[in-house]
Design a protein around this ligand. Structure first.
Ligand SMILES: Cc1cc2nc3c(=O)[nH]c(=O)nc-3n(C[C@H](O)[C@H](O)[C@H](O)COP(=O)(O)O)c2cc1C
Length: 268
């Protein structure tokens, strides 16, 4: 394995951190590397990165991220934003036509932000630091956007916490490559293929959840009988919550001009 393979295969999300701060120069270098090493649509670099280190502000983010303890523990939280505000200001200042205040603009910017986020994660991990993504970003997009004072056509798409690991969790498996990798055309899984793809997880993953007393109690409380049921239960990815928050996301994309975008509101 080369060093890159080793780094990727050693990845584990870290959720427990020491209080030790991270050198700001290191954070800046890793963010710079992440941007330099990330392909970018039109090289417009349509993203922004917002660092949160201040304890009080992290406490506020902790509330917005469904009170995940790791936000309080980690010395650094980073919000990656899909951002066309800067580019649109530049276009306007140069008398060029406006664009990117549309759904394609949102996707372009979101992809740029995610590419840089993952590069940054690898950068932090290469320095022995731990990271964990926070999907709660998508459920609190509006509140996070307000808290970080994001301008129009700029929305948070993902966040991570970063710090010195205070745990050494086991490596989590992935679905088999054969289930994910297709040759020339998409191969729909047969029932046997589904068993092959999910079988190991239905044993190991289910056992892992049951071995955590807090989760086991919730599983019992909600009468959840299997890993599949767990995933779309109230405890994990509840369909009603996804429906509600999808509507909020659409409203935010409207309000921030990414859908049916209006002219740029010049807020210096
Ligand atoms: C977009 C995204 C959002 C995630 N959100 C959360 C989260 O809110 N809380 C959490 O504890 N882990 C979160 N994770 C981490 C996943 O649970 C983790 O990556 C997955 O279980 C695989 O484990 P591993 O990263 O240790 O290999 C998220 C991961 C991704 C990619």
């Amino acid at each position: 394995m080369n060093a890159y393979s080793q780094l990727l295969n050693a990845h584990r999300s870290i959720r427990q951190f020491k209080s030790e701060a991270i050198d700001p120069a290191l954070v800046e270098r890793i963010c710079g590397d992440a941007i330099a090493g990330g392909s970018s649509s039109g090289n417009l670099n349509s993203l922004s990165i917002v660092l949160t280190r201040d304890t009080e502000r992290k406490r506020h983010l902790y509330e917005l991220h469904a009170q995940q303890d790791m936000v309080l523990q980690a010395p650094l939280a980073i919000t990656f934003c899909a951002d066309f505000y800067r580019t649109r200001r530049w276009l306007s200042a140069r008398g060029a036509r406006d664009n990117f205040n549309n759904l394609i603009g949102y996707h372009i910017a979101a992809f740029d932000a995610i590419i840089v986020a993952q590069n940054a994660c690898l950068g932090f991990e290469s320095e022995g630091l731990g990271i964990c993504y926070m999907g709660t970003t998508l459920h609190s997009m509006q509140a996070i956007a307000e808290f970080l004072q994001l301008p129009p056509t700029c929305v948070p798409v993902t966040s991570i916490v970063v710090g010195h690991p205070a745990e050494d969790p086991p490596k989590r498996d992935r679905l088999p490559l054969s289930a994910i990798l297709h040759d020339e055309t998409y191969r729909r899984p047969s029932d046997a293929g589904l068993d092959l793809a999910f079988g190991k997880r239905e044993v190991d993953g289910w056992r892992r959840y049951l071995s955590t007393p807090r989760i086991k109690a919730l599983i019992d409380e909600h009468g959840i009988r299997s890993l599949a049921e767990f995933y779309t239960s109230k405890v994990k990815y509840e369909p009603e919550l996804f429906q509600r928050d999808s509507q909020s996301l659409l409203r935010l994309l409207h309000a921030s001009d990414f859908i049916d975008g209006g002219p740029l509101e010049e807020t210096p």
